[in-house]
Design a protein around this ligand. Structure first.
Ligand SMILES: [Zn+2]
Ligand SMILES: [Zn+2]
Ligand SMILES: [Zn+2]
Ligand SMILES: [Zn+2]
Ligand SMILES: [Zn+2]
Ligand SMILES: [Zn+2]
Length: 244
């Protein structure tokens, strides 16, 4: 079947991944579309492909990591240089992002939908998702940097991590999982309750207590998108000015 996706000017065709007969990357998250069990949404003339979960990502989420504002799904970054730096993993992105334009806060789609907890063969306990590494202050240690217990590379403490608090076992999100849980943090999503547990909610900072429920009507969303468009226009005018 064919349909129109908001991120692409042409109709997309839905395939099984193996029907493509070649290795392609998702234009939403830049990761390979090699999962043969789910669909891939394709525009062949443009070499444009989307994972099923990237194509179906909600237009906005009320993410517990950024409680003041909803995060809006943008098909491409509006920043100069057409890249954003993900606030979760600190890596650049050039495709889809969940963005708060007011705060210049951006997440990869995959980072936005990381599971709240995971298990990994390198550790006997469940690992919880933290929006920043919960550091135990140690004499002489650098509180801005820890080391990932899986890859042994530097783990910036301001980045998200999977942690076992009792063992002080902290790892990069990408080292712990490549799982994506689409559908988190949407209206009435049953999963959103899970993040209010002792893990990430405790790290989300700010208000405490029950999660801030931000109810958005269609009108408010439209107004927000309009505001965002104005900002994007202002930005592109500014960029054009720089080129002259
Ligand atoms: Zn994808
Ligand atoms: Zn196309
Ligand atoms: Zn990321
Ligand atoms: Zn914000
Ligand atoms: Zn690592
Ligand atoms: Zn442990």
């Amino acid at each position: 079947m064919e349909y129109k996706h908001f991120s692409h000017p042409h109709n997309l065709i839905i395939h099984r991944a193996y029907e493509l007969g070649k290795q392609v990357n998702c234009s939403g998250c830049d990761f390979p579309c090699d999962n043969t069990t789910t669909a891939v949404h394709a525009c062949h003339q443009c070499n444009f492909f989307l994972h099923d979960h990237c194509a179906n990502a909600a237009r906005y989420v009320k993410h517990p990591c950024h409680k003041p504002h909803p995060l809006i799904l943008l098909p491409y970054p509006t920043y100069a240089g057409s890249t954003f730096i993900c606030n979760a993993c600190n890596r650049p992105g050039r495709s889809f992002s969940y963005c708060c334009a007011l705060c210049e806060f951006d997440l990869h789609v995959g980072c936005a939908f990381l599971p709240v907890s995971v298990t990994h063969r390198d550790h006997e306990h469940e690992l919880g998702l933290y929006y920043g590494v919960p550091v135990v202050p140690r004499r002489g240690s650098n509180i801005d940097q820890e080391y990932c217990n899986i890859c042994k590379n530097v783990l910036e403490t301001r980045n998200w991590a999977y942690c076992c608090r009792s063992c002080d076992f902290n790892v990069h999100t990408a080292c712990a999982t490549n799982e994506v849980v689409p559908g988190l943090y949407q209206d009435n999503s049953p999963e959103s309750g899970a993040v209010e547990g002792p893990g990430p909610a405790a790290q989300a900072g700010g208000s405490g207590g029950n999660g801030v429920e931000l109810e958005l009507t269609e009108d408010e969303l439209a107004a927000m998108l309009f505001e965002l468009k104005l900002q994007m226009m202002a930005q592109s005018i500014a960029t054009m000015g720089n080129i002259k």
